[in-house]
Write a protein that binds this ligand. Structure first.
Ligand code: ZN
Ligand code: ZN
Length: 256
């Protein structure tokens, strides 16, 4: 057990106010969390980006390999601080904040899965923390369903995406993930992800899974970083992916 776990004062992971119990969120942040939950209203059934007019610009402008994506919360300022503490400051217990909304989503979506998985961190992830953040969530959820939770995919390399051109970044997406072993075929696969930014990582994961015999891929992300540009159709954006790289570039710098 880390010493900081024993001696650090108990504080709300969002607003930093002092609390009686560690691992809790203060009353006012709890309320804010509840109201910030994302709803399906006016969002695309497949990618979950907000619809702009008729149809979905995001889905129309690229090849989507996942069958459906949902996110629990928007990556706003409060969730930013939770995310940084969860992923970079060893506050492993913060995964618990997502569980109630995750189970609510499962009840609402009424989907049955035969496999649950997550993307294992690359080397830089292990430098930041001695645990896999999404594994904790995936395992708790999978256990309730009586299913296994496995890291079928892992991040492959950590190149600084910010220094790359648009086309280099696009090409790198194909080379950013790899199967962590032999992927067993599945009818319905649920991928648990921490942050959905451009969807490029989730899409590449789904592509690899499907190539390995998975029939349908659902992606559930804890947080959605919404950049309105990514749901608009851009001229010349027919390659199949957007310019973003999901998370790995951010992990390089250590903070979101
Ligand atoms: Zn608070
Ligand atoms: Zn869409």
């Amino acid at each position: 057990m880390r010493f900081s776990f024993i001696y650090s004062p108990k504080r709300c992971p969002i607003c930093d106010v002092q609390l009686l119990h560690r691992g809790r969120v203060c009353h006012s942040c709890k309320k804010k969390i509840r109201i910030s939950r994302l709803s399906r209203e006016n969002r695309c059934e497949v990618c979950f980006f907000p619809r702009i007019g008729k149809g979905c610009g995001y889905c129309a402008s690229r090849n989507i390999f996942f069958d459906s994506h949902r996110s629990l919360y928007p990556l706003n300022r409060s969730w930013h601080s939770v995310l940084n503490r969860w992923k970079f400051e060893n506050d492993r217990y913060l995964h618990q904040l997502f569980l109630p909304a995750l189970f609510r989503l499962a009840a609402r979506e009424k989907k049955s899965f035969d496999r649950i998985g997550y993307i294992a961190s690359g080397k830089s992830g292990w430098k930041n923390r001695p645990y896999q953040p999404c594994r904790d969530i995936g395992r708790i959820f999978a256990e309730k369903q009586g299913l296994p939770c496995t890291a079928d995919l892992r991040k492959k390399k950590n190149t600084k995406q910010s220094q790359k051109s648009y086309s280099d970044r696009f090409l790198d997406i194909h080379d950013s993930l790899e199967a962590a072993g032999s992927i067993l075929p599945a009818k319905s696969y649920l991928l648990i992800e921490d942050v959905f930014t451009t969807g490029a990582t989730a899409n590449e994961a789904a592509r690899i899974l499907k190539k390995s015999g998975v029939f349908s891929v659902t992606v559930w992300s804890m947080l959605h970083r919404e950049d309105l540009d990514s749901c608009r159709v851009r001229p010349g954006d027919g390659i199949g992916y957007d310019s973003g790289y999901g998370l790995t570039g951010k992990e390089e710098s250590g903070k979101y």
